[in-house]
Ligand binder design. Sequence first.
Ligand SMILES: NC(=O)c1ccc[n+]([C@@H]2O[C@H](COP(=O)([O-])OP(=O)(O)OC[C@H]3O[C@@H](n4cnc5c(N)ncnc54)[C@H](O)[C@@H]3O)[C@@H](O)[C@H]2O)c1
Ligand SMILES: O=c1ccn([C@@H]2O[C@H](COP(=O)(O)OP(=O)(O)O[C@H]3O[C@H](CO)[C@@H](O)[C@H](O)[C@H]3O)[C@@H](O)[C@H]2O)c(=O)[nH]1
Length: 462
Amino acid sequence: MRSHVPSRIAVVGTGYVGLGTAGLLAHLGYRVTGIDIDPDKIAQLQRGVVPIHEPGLDLLLASQEDRITWTTDYQAVAEADVIFICVGTPPGPDGTPDLRYVTGAARSIAAYLGDRPQVIVNKSTVPIGTGDFLQRLLEDHAPQFDETRHRVASNPEFLREGTALADSLYPDRIVLGGHPEAVEVLARLYGPLIEQSFTAPQGIGRPDSYSRPAVVRTTLQSAEMIKYAANAFLALKISFANEIAGLCERVGADIQEVTTGIGLDGRIGHRFLQAGLGWGGSCFGKDTQGLISAGREHAYPMPILQAAIDVNYRQRNVVVEKLLRHLKSLKGKRIAVLGMAFKPNTDDLRDAPAHDLIARLHQLGATVLAHDPVAMPRAEREWSHLTYTAAPDPATALRRADAAIIATEWEEYALLNWRDLVGTMRQPLVVDARNMLRETLPAQVEQIGRESVQVQKEAVLV
Ligand SMILES: NC(=O)c1ccc[n+]([C@@H]2O[C@H](COP(=O)([O-])OP(=O)(O)OC[C@H]3O[C@@H](n4cnc5c(N)ncnc54)[C@H](O)[C@@H]3O)[C@@H](O)[C@H]2O)c1
Ligand SMILES: O=c1ccn([C@@H]2O[C@H](COP(=O)(O)OP(=O)(O)O[C@H]3O[C@H](CO)[C@@H](O)[C@H](O)[C@H]3O)[C@@H](O)[C@H]2O)c(=O)[nH]1
């Protein structure tokens, strides 16, 4: 295989990563086929309906409709120069990533590999060694397999939900692992991204300070490890902030001031030090567990990561403890939960802290009214096992509530007229579990890692 110039791309799996990848590559000028085994999802995409909430994605995909085809048929693999695997790798019961979707996708790809140079790229987050496993699987199952033509590569994805497009268009780095020829094909594919020579899509302009991504050319194993280690480190940083926050509350320090103070050290930085309800989502929990399970396989305990996980899930109880301190018992109490998605600007509910919060409040006898600006329809489908009443708006959730909990820092919650809304509550108690409120409230306001603010004090929360 010599490093050919790619033009046709197949993207296998049309979730958050697959849709982002398809939109990005089409925007860079490639012809893209998005393949998924879920016929409903493909039917929606064919009708121009984007099945997830991701700001700007619908506009981007609509602008590229001439370059992207959506299908359940793997036939397009035969014509593709580069095939991206973007399927899910959910955790199994012991935290080990379940590779059944990667294996399924690889077998389907194998059946259609052509007699031309092709790079098969893993974008899914996979255990270290999966690239080699994929190579062997293709060798065993692809009738046309030829290792001089067909190469496996790893190109981990670093996008965040809610800011997926900006993260994809203006990444800090592009990691390319595998045989140097395959890496070169991918470097050519990403040429316009590396050079930043594309026109910014509508509404997603280049950030002022941004210049170009770094390109990391490495082995399959190191690329796979970079992805896990990056997520583990970010998760660790958040748990560190939350652990320090707990002590701040006990010694009279203020976590917001403390993280500002430590973040100013260039070696530490401000990002991912926001204390609160802890991390959720489909990645941090899964990938920290995935790394620990890789360690277990090699009889290598990873106590720092285990501690980060323990601190994270303990954080979900901190909020309930704060409520109990004020209300004594939650039996018969009416509690408003604002925010259900694991973070703002997404409707993703995977491992969302609000889930555990709602379950615990109900278990303790409370009546829960929950609201989210976009995730409620999805919660109706995915959280049918939980007991709560969906509130059509924050005002309805707060009316006659004994307490309110802000579980997700949606901008619209910061913009609410809290003074008036607090007046409609049965008791003026707000647990701001994301430390987002900035105004003086006629209420008892509890934040994380900061002194609780009393009604009488009318203090300004900064
Ligand atoms: N969500 C994120 O923000 C994010 C960011 C970086 C990396 N990742 C990683 O990327 C991978 C995908 O994550 P996601 O959140 O996009 O997943 P997702 O669950 O949203 O989507 C996965 C898609 O793959 C499809 N699929 C499953 N088996 C298939 C097959 N054999 N052929 C074709 N399609 C198939 C599913 O129907 C689904 O639409 C995971 O490994 C994840 O850890 C996710
Ligand atoms: O200072 C912080 C930053 C984040 N969070 C929480 O952490 C979780 C994850 O947030 P974020 O990382 O912004 O979103 P994800 O979409 O989960 O993105 C992470 O996981 C993806 C999947 O692997 C990676 O691609 C990204 O680089 C990585 O940031 C959310 O619940 C946030 O509320 C905090 O509590 N404090």
